[in-house]
Design a protein around this ligand. Structure first.
Ligand SMILES: [Mn+2]
Length: 432
């Protein structure tokens, strides 16, 4: 891992060298961020480190800290460590990666200005809380061109980053299995959620996004997080939940059903086969939006195979009816952010790709490149808000749709890594 990290850091610093040359800046300062106070309260929201800060180093829980880098020099990591008796005192930072940084500490916010260079007129600043820094004399605060340059570079993952995501998938797979067992043994939605956290010793704010723990018809609510407290005899369970390693995320969805519901079990299998089918179509250089079309071809076929409609799969696809049952995007970049950044950038100069007219919810529609990591997550749901305008139409088999409504829907989501001659599935080694 140390060698991988060293290569990763060289890649990161290499792209920073490029942007500093291009935008005439001699030094880059990246600020980790601050924990926010609830309005007119003295409680704080959980601290979330600035993603471009953790791109340099796996330091996740140190607000008020800095990465300072000058081209060709060893990067500095300046960590803030408050000394007081109210909070547990931070420990010295550890890890084999630490030797690649000059690490120092400071202890009161009054010292903050002094830990930075005395002259910042050629220093670009990146990070939140720009108001604190507005009188420091930086060359620029969050210059969009600098941000774009880094975000574009982040689309191509280093081997270190991929290894972190493999580990995140492994952790999430343990929790997925625990949640499946909780569901099968009759737990409520919230108990199933807690079983997920418990199995990997996570507190609630450590999951990379709020777990979607949806039983029965709630599975049709795409971002369902209103876990029911009461137990009931649920039939199906859609779990969309992740985990993290060194700040890199996993995002996995599986759908389960209790024994005795053979038709829905086969339906889940069809969605699962679609996930693997779409992954098998991935080629370097193709546009990601083509995978969205492949999903709709698969959805149309499944809707036809399971008698949701009285017309052929081709007609379902041509008429756009698959979008009623599958209204979401096929996936997204993943990395330091669950929906990783850089998805709209066509180049390092910040040229943007707009939204798709055909698929406005699709987050990613760039050409697929070696080094990308993204999710593939087809799903089919019975969403009455979308079906309502079509109620009564003879092309739809409403009896079948009524039967499936109580299961909500099914989604199966893996993450993949695009290599030169192979598409590596980062999820399947750990979870069927
Ligand atoms: Mn996802």
């Amino acid at each position: 891992m140390k060698k991988l990290f060293s290569e990763h850091l060289s890649k990161v610093l290499g792209s920073v060298d490029g942007l500093m040359k291009k935008y005439n800046c001699e030094e880059l300062v990246v600020y980790s961020g601050e924990s926010k106070v609830i309005y007119l309260d003295d409680n704080r929201y959980p601290f979330k480190v600035y993603t471009n800060f953790k791109y340099f180093a796996p330091v996740l829980n140190n607000p008020h800290s800095f990465i300072i880098y000058k081209s060709g020099q060893k990067p500095q990591l300046v960590l803030f460590q408050k000394v007081d008796y109210w909070d547990s005192q931070p420990k010295a930072i550890e890890g084999e990666w630490t030797e690649f940084f000059d690490i120092s500490y400071y202890h009161t916010l009054d010292e903050m200005r002094d830990v930075l260079s005395s002259n910042l007129s050629n220093t670009c600043f990146l990070g939140e809380e720009v108001s604190r820094f507005k009188d420091f004399g930086f060359k620029s605060l969050n210059d969009q061109r600098v941000i774009d340059y880094i975000h574009f570079a982040r689309c191509i993952k280093s081997e270190y980053e991929v290894e972190c995501m493999r580990k995140a998938n492994k952790i999430a797979s343990i929790a997925h299995k625990a949640a499946e067992q909780a569901f099968l043994s009759g737990a409520s939605e919230i108990q199933t959620h807690l079983a997920y956290l418990d199995s990997i010793n996570y507190r609630e704010n450590e999951v990379p996004y709020e777990n979607i723990v949806a039983f029965d018809e709630s599975s049709a609510i795409l971002h369902y997080i209103d876990y029911k407290r009461e137990k009931f005899d649920a039939k199906s369970f859609l779990l969309d939940a992740g985990a993290s390693y060194n700040g890199y995320h996993a995002d996995i969805t599986r759908t389960f059903v209790k024994p005795g519901h053979d038709a829905f079990k086969e339906f889940i299998t069809a969605v699962d086969e679609s996930t693997l089918n779409i992954i098998s179509k991935i080629k370097v250089g193709m546009n990601y939006e083509d995978l969205q079309e492949q999903m709709h071809l698969d959805v149309a076929k499944t809707l036809s195979d399971f008698n949701f409609m009285n017309i052929t799969a081709d007609e379902i696809y041509e008429k756009g009816y698959s979008k009623l049952f599958s209204p979401a995007g096929i996936g997204h970049y993943i990395g330091l952010q669950v929906h990783d950044i850089g998805n709209t950038l066509l180049d390092e100069d910040g040229k943007l790709i707009g939204k798709s007219d055909a698929h406005p919810f699709l987050r990613l529609r760039k050409d697929i490149e070696v080094g990308n990591v993204f999710t593939i997550e087809p799903g089919i749901y019975v969403i009455d808000q979308l079906l309502k305008p079509h109620y009564g139409k003879k092309e739809f088999n409403w009896d079948t749709i009524d039967q499936f409504r109580s299961y909500g829907g099914a989604r199966v989501e893996d993450s993949v890594y695009v290599k030169e001659n192979e598409i590596e599935n980062l999820t399947r080694p750990y979870l069927p």
